[in-house]
Design a protein around this ligand. Structure first.
Ligand SMILES: [Zn+2]
Length: 397
């Protein structure tokens, strides 16, 4: 049977308790939907020492180009306090026009709608002239080591190439049609360790208080602003997220102080240029004598988080116009093209093909009583179906 109904597709997916790293039956449920449509389905297990094995899914319909990829994840975050839910989190209960369940919007709902959209497209027009694939991971909400990155590498190694990708994460703040994500800010984190000399608080000249040093360095990280934003991005922003001394004694000057920070940065920086700017600021602040008159520069080390997320911006008109036009045709609303919010797996996909993100309304994601308006499932399916037709039409033109 063709999986043309997004509501029953989503119910089947929600009923699989696929909390990361458990597959929970969700990929099997998806495979059951895709097989009758003619997709060739591969289940790819990714392993890495120190992390749980993760099952992922790659499915392709067609052998020719152009090739459109839909990407997403079937894993979900834990339910939290199950007793606090109005309906059991893996029951897919419908009440008041909404379907309840963990993953309803983030993002089993997006997958359910895209499957229904492809099924309807095939039912009406036959197979598209080109290929459609699903790249679905079970490790987005967890460490994201055995997920999209490895699945992309696996597929690319066996010769898969894509022309465009749509990620079905929830992107709308209030209602369907608000927002397409066409890029994401980068993210970089680090930790600063200031080394002082321990001593008696009454004899500070015999000691070197690292608290004075860490305050100077932290100040320099936050002021002045890194930039004023760009045409497509909001200003880069750094937050000092913790300052730790852990000193239980008020009359002892401690030997060490540490601080951690995270910066979300726009396309006026790369992770590398930003690191250089941060080190330059810290070196200048280390020599500042405001809080440490007559002292040698602050002695500090900086440790960078190993895996920064790189900033990206998609400028592919066929992709953006097809999606934006489909949203307008179905909802009558013109979506905002945005680069706000946190990172997503799109940051990995952008290395292979142009990528945009559009899915459900994100309001209840990760919350107790995560739920989706049943009407939205029908609307999103309509948008995806129109998008598929327009994108292949565009590619053929
Ligand atoms: Zn998600």
């Amino acid at each position: 049977m063709f999986p043309t109904d997004p509501i029953s597709n989503l119910a089947a997916l929600i009923r699989c308790p696929s909390v990361t790293p458990d597959e929970g039956g969700a990929l099997t449920a998806l495979e059951t939907m895709l097989a009758p449509l003619g997709f060739t389905v591969d289940r790819v297990v990714a392993k890495e020492a120190g992390t749980p094995d993760i099952e992922n899914l790659y499915a392709r319909l067609g052998t020719e180009g152009p090739h459109l990829m839909f990407a997403g994840h079937t894993d979900v975050v834990p339910v939290g306090d199950e007793a606090a839910w109005s309906h059991p989190p893996f029951s897919a209960a419908i009440a008041g026009g909404e379907m309840y369940g963990r993953g309803a919007v983030d993002m089993k709902g997006g997958i359910a709608c895209f499957v229904a959209a492809v099924a309807r497209h095939i039912e009406k027009h036959g197979r598209p002239k080109g290929s459609i694939s699903f790249l679905i991971t079970g490790d987005e909400e967890g460490p994201a080591i055995n997920g999209t990155v490895k699945l992309l590498e696996w597929a690319a190694q066996k010769g898969e190439r894509w022309d465009a990708c749509l990620v079905g994460e929830p992107t709308n703040p209030e209602s369907l049609g608000d927002m397409i994500k066409i890029g994401r800010r980068g993210s970089l984190s680090g930790r600063i360790i200031v080394h002082g000399v321990q001593g008696h608080a009454a004899y500070p000249h015999l000691a070197d208080n690292p608290v004075r040093g860490i305050l100077q360095l932290a100040q320099a990280l936050m002021d002045p602003a890194f930039d004023n934003g760009t045409e497509d991005f909001q200003p880069s922003n750094l937050e000092v997220t913790t300052i730790d001394v852990g000193n239980p004694a008020v009359n002892v000057i401690p030997a060490k102080a540490t601080a951690a920070f995270n910066i979300r940065f726009n396309d006026s920086w790369t992770a590398e240029s930003l690191k250089a700017e941060i080190v330059a600021r810290l070196d200048r602040a280390a020599k500042d004598e405001t809080l440490r008159p007559g002292r040698q520069p602050v002695k500090y080390d900086i440790v960078w988080n190993e895996r920064p997320s790189h900033v990206f911006l998609t400028r592919n008109n066929a992709l953006i116009d097809s999606l934006s036009g489909a949203i307008e045709a179905v909802t009558g609303r013109q979506p905002k093209l945005s680069t706000t919010g946190g990172t997503s797996d799109a940051r990995f996909i952008k290395d292979y093909c142009p990528v945009v993100e559009f899915g459900l309304v994100g309001q209840t994601m990760h919350m107790v009583d995560e739920r989706v308006a049943v009407a939205d499932l029908e609307t999103l399916t309509g948008i995806y179906e129109t998008f598929v037709a327009r994108w292949f039409g565009h590619a053929a033109a």
